[in-house]
Design a protein around this ligand. Structure first.
Ligand code: ATP
Ligand code: SKM
Ligand code: MG
Length: 174
């Protein structure tokens, strides 16, 4: 059984996929992005899963994919923004190196593109994103072993910050 080197959590637009890919490249390790893995398993985009099967079905598929990756993936693991909402996922994160990518609301809004049709931002995307960030902040903070801001760090700076703060045995210096 292998464990991820680092697990990235954070809100939509925090940069989990972008920083995850750059971190994996920097470490010469594979990346699993659970959103992409869910789409592969379901054979359709996440938006379609929400519309056709509903959010509870999406969360259950997400739980299964995330819990499996936490015990079977040896590289960098980027989680979907809402994966931490499931209690099984929170429990399964115990003992992992969990990197919380923190982002200011204004940056997240710019990056996500508030005119996009994201299932959880339907209606009033700006208000929904703000509420979502506020609701989830304490959850992300409680799970983090390391927090890195992608509002104050560019992608490459965030990667170097994460590498510097990896447990010694994992950053090539231990
Ligand atoms: N400092 C930064 N760190 C990370 N991404 C950044 C940064 N500055 C700008 N970006 C841009 O912000 C976007 C982040 O999107 P990304 O898909 O990586 O976020 P995510 O956390 O995976 O969100 P999602 O919940 O949609 O999966 C990308 O377009 C990236 O190029
Ligand atoms: O914040 C969320 O709940 C989500 C974020 C995305 O990564 C996807 O996992 C999906 O759109 C749900
Ligand atoms: Mg992503």
């Amino acid at each position: 059984m292998s464990r991820p080197i680092a697990v990235l959590i954070g809100s939509p637009g925090s940069g989990k996929s972008t920083v995850g890919a750059a971190l994996a490249a920097r470490l010469g390790a594979p990346l699993v992005d659970t959103d992409a893995e869910i789409e592969t398993r379901a054979g359709k985009p996440i938006g379609d899963i929400f519309v056709e099967d509903g959010e509870p079905a999406f969360r259950e598929l997400e739980r299964a994919v995330v819990v499996e990756a936490l015990t079977g993936h040896p590289g960098v693991l980027a989680l979907g923004g809402g994966a931490v909402l499931h209690p099984d996922t929170r429990a399964a994160l115990a003992g992992h190196h969990v990197v919380y990518l923190q982002v200011e609301f204004a940056d997240a809004a710019k990056r996500v593109g508030l005119d996009q049709a994201r299932p959880l931002l339907l209606g009033n995307p700006r208000a929904r994103l703000k509420a979502l960030l506020e609701e989830r902040l304490p959850i992300y903070e409680s799970l983090a072993t390391v927090t890195v801001s992608t509002s104050t760090h560019r992608v490459e700076e965030a990667v170097e910050e994460i590498v510097a703060r990896l447990p010694a045995a994992r950053n090539g210096e231990g």
